[in-house]
Design a protein around this ligand. Structure first.
Ligand code: GDP
Ligand code: MN
Length: 418
C-alpha cells in the first residue's frame, strides 16, 4: 500500500539555483530545536549540516527551547553557526513535568518503573515522557512557535546529505502541503498499546470525518468475524488466526472481544489470551468497541518534520491531545510524539496534504534516508536505463511502510553525499 498518493511528486528532482530561489520572499517559518545545554555540540553539528545544505542561502531563524535556562555558552555557540536570527525560549515547568499537572507522583513513579521492568524503550526515563508529551501537545503553543505559520523540527546530531536548493516552506504552501517527512517507520508496539484505542474512541466521540490519509495507518482486521466460519475450522487457518492475534493485535482487543463474545471462544483460547496479555504487561482500561481496525504502527519519524503549526493548534487537534492527556497514556504508557503527530495528521489531513521529502537526505542515529543524485546531474546522458527510474522505484519503495523508507535507487537528490 503506498504511503502517499502518486500526486505527491517530489518538488524538484535535482538542483535549482539557490541564489535565484532565495530571491523569493521568506515564509513565516523557523527551525525549532528542543535541547539541553549539555547537547550543545550535537546541536551545533546539526546546525552546521543544515546551514551548509540549505540555510546559508535562506537564512531562516533558529528557535531553541529548553525546560531549563540556556547557558551563555549555548547561546553564544549557536549564534556563531546560524546565518539567521536566533531565539531562545524556556518551557515552563507546568508544560513539562507531569507532577505539575495533578498527576499523582506515586502513580507516575510506579508506572514508569514498571515500564522499565518490562524493558520498554525509554519507559523508565521521566524526562523522555516529558519530552514526548511536550512535542505532542505543547510545543506549538509556545509563544515563539505559536506565531509561526511553519516550523522545521531539528534535533541534535542529525545529518543532512543533499543540497536543498529551494524553500520547502514556500513550496509546500504553493502545493497545498501541510506536513512533510523523510522517514516512515514502525513504532514499538509496547510503547503504544492503547494509543489507537483512545484515538478511535476520540474519533467516535467527536464524529471525526476520516480522510484518505487515515487508511495509511490502519489495518483492517476482521479475523474475529471469521473465527466461527468454515475458514476458521481448518487447523492451519486457526493457527494463523492466533498468530495474527498474538503478533499484530494488542491483546486487549482480543480480550474485549472475547469478553463480549465469550461463547465463541473456548476456555483454553481465553486463557491463552489472558496469559499473553499479562506477559506483555498490557493494562486494561475501560471498554470501547473494537471496530475491525488496528494501528499498523506506522508513523512519520518526527525528529524530522516540516509542518504547518495550525495543523496542531487547531481546535480539533487540541481536543485530541487533551483527550489523550486525560487518559494518562503519556506516562502509563510511553506514547511517542511521532505516532501521536502521525495519527493526528492521518485524522485531520488529506493524503494530498502530506509530503514525502524524498529529495532530502537525512540521518538520525542509525536510520536515515538517502536519495541518489538526480540523473540530470550525473556525468552521463540519461538513457533507457534511467528512463522512468523515478516512477518504478517510487511505487516499490512506497509499499514498504513497515520499514524505514529509503529510496536507494531513486534519482531525485541534489549533490547528495550520504
Ligand atoms: P530520541 O531521538 O527518541 O532518542 O530522543 P532524544 O533523546 O534525541 O530527544 C528528542 C529531542 O528532545 C532532542 O532534541 C533532545 O535534545 C530533546 N530532549 C529530550 N529530553 C530532553 C530534556 O529533558 N530536556 C530538554 N531540554 N530537551 C530534551
Ligand atoms: Mn534524537
Amino acid at each position: 500500500r503506498p504511503i502517499i498518493s502518486a500526486k505527491d511528486a517530489v518538488f524538484e528532482s535535482g538542483c535549482r539555483d539557490p541564489l535565484i530561489e532565495a530571491k523569493n520572499p521568506r515564509m513565516n517559518a523557523a527551525f525549532v530545536v528542543l535541547a539541553r545545554n549539555s547537547e550543545i555540540d550535537g546541536v551545533v553539528s546539526s546546525m552546521r549540516s543544515l546551514e551548509r545544505h540549505f540555510n546559508q542561502w535562506f537564512n531562516y531563524p533558529w528557535i531553541f527551547l529548553n525546560n531549563e535556562r540556556f547557558s551563555q555558552e549555548f547561546k553564544k555557540k549557536v549564534a556563531q553557526v546560524s546565518s539567521g536570527p536566533v531565539r531562545f525560549g524556556t518551557v515552563p515547568a507546568a508544560r513539562w513535568n507531569f507532577e505539575e499537572q495533578q498527576t499523582n507522583p506515586v502513580l507516575f513513579k510506579e508506572a514508569i518503573e514498571s515500564q522499565g521492568d518490562r524493558e520498554i524503550m525509554y519507559g523508565n526515563t521521566a524526562s523522555y515522557h516529558n519530552m514526548c508529551r511536550f512535542y505532542s501537545g505543547y510545543f506549538f503553543k509556545h509563544p515563539l512557535v505559536r506565531k509561526l505559520d511553519w516550523y522545521w523540527r531539528v534535533e541534535p546530531d542529525v545529518d543532512f546529505y543533499c543540497d536543498l536548493t529551494y524553500d520547502p516552506f514556500l513550496e509546500m504552501q504553493m502545493r497545498g502541503k501541510k506536513y512533510g517527512f523523510t522517514v516512515a517507520i514502525k513504532e514499538l508496539v509496547n510503547t503504544v498499546p492503547n494509543l489507537f484505542r483512545y484515538t478511535n474512541a476520540f474519533i467516535k466521540k467527536h464524529d471525526v470525518p476520516l480522510s484518505d490519509a487515515w487508511d495509511f495507518f490502519v489495518d483492517r482486521f476482521d479475523v474475529y468475524k471469521g473465527q466461527n466460519s468454515e475458514h476458521y475450522k481448518s487447523t492451519t487457518n486457526r493457527r494463523d488466526f492466533w498468530k495474527k492475534l498474538e503478533e499484530r493485535v494488542p491483546m486487549y482487543h482480543a480480550l474485549q472481544t472475547a469478553g463480549e463474545d465469550a461463547a465463541r471462544l473456548d476456555q483454553h483460547s481465553l486463557n491463552r489470551l489472558v496469559d499473553h496479555s499479562n506477559k506483555r504487561g498490557l493494562h486494561m482500561v475501560n471498554k470501547d468497541q473494537f471496530d475491525g481496525t488496528e494501528y499498523n504502527m506506522c508513523h512519520f519519524w518526527s525528529n524530522f518534520e516540516i509542518a504547518r503549526t495550525d495543523l496542531f493548534t487547531s481546535e480539533l487537534y487540541q481536543q485530541y491531545f487533551d483527550y489523550l492527556e486525560s487518559s494518562q497514556g503519556f506516562f502509563i504508557e510511553r506514547w511517542g510524539d511521532a505516532p501521536v503527530h502521525s495519527l493526528g495528521a492521518g485524522m485531520f489531513l488529506n493524503l494530498s496534504e502530506i509530503h514525502y521529502f524524498r529529495d532530502i537526505g537525512y540521518k538520525h542515529s542509525t536510520l536515515g534516508h538517502c536519495p541518489k543524485n538526480s540523473p540530470r546531474q550525473l556525468p552521463y546522458k540519461p538513457g533507457p536505463r534511467y528512463k522512468n527510474v523515478y516512477h518504478e522505484n517510487d511505487e516499490r519503495n512506497l509499499a514498504k511502510y513497515d520499514r524505514p523508507v529509503s529510496d536507494g535507487g531513486v534519482g531525485v537528490g541534489c549533490r547528495c553525499k550520504c
